[in-house]
Write a new protein. Structure first.
Length: 94
């Protein structure tokens, strides 16, 4: 029987529906339907996040002024959230 084994070397991959923590940054809920909320966002110099699909394609670049971003336009699926040189974190869009 042939098949694929998918492994991930990405730190902080979400394994539950709780809060996801990146170094000095956490966000919730995960999975998300429309809005991702952030804790600790004021500790960063930039206000830009990148969202990639599972194949590594940039699907959205977001500049924000508060502590939330709207992901309602994304199709349901798995995505990576990346901010500057921080390790990416996985989230699920419902």
């Amino acid at each position: 029987m042939a098949g694929w084994i998918v492994t991930s070397e990405v730190p902080n991959v979400a394994q539950s529906t709780g809060k996801v923590t990146m170094p000095e940054l956490s966000f919730y809920p995960n999975p998300v339907k429309d809005i991702i909320y952030f804790d600790g966002i004021n500790n960063f110099e930039t206000n830009e996040l990148s969202i990639f699909d599972m194949s590594g394609v940039l699907v959205k670049r977001v500049k924000f002024t508060g502590n939330e971003i709207d992901v309602s336009t994304l199709m349901p699926g798995y995505y990576f959230l990346k901010m500057n040189d921080k390790a990416p974190a996985k989230f699920v869009k419902l």
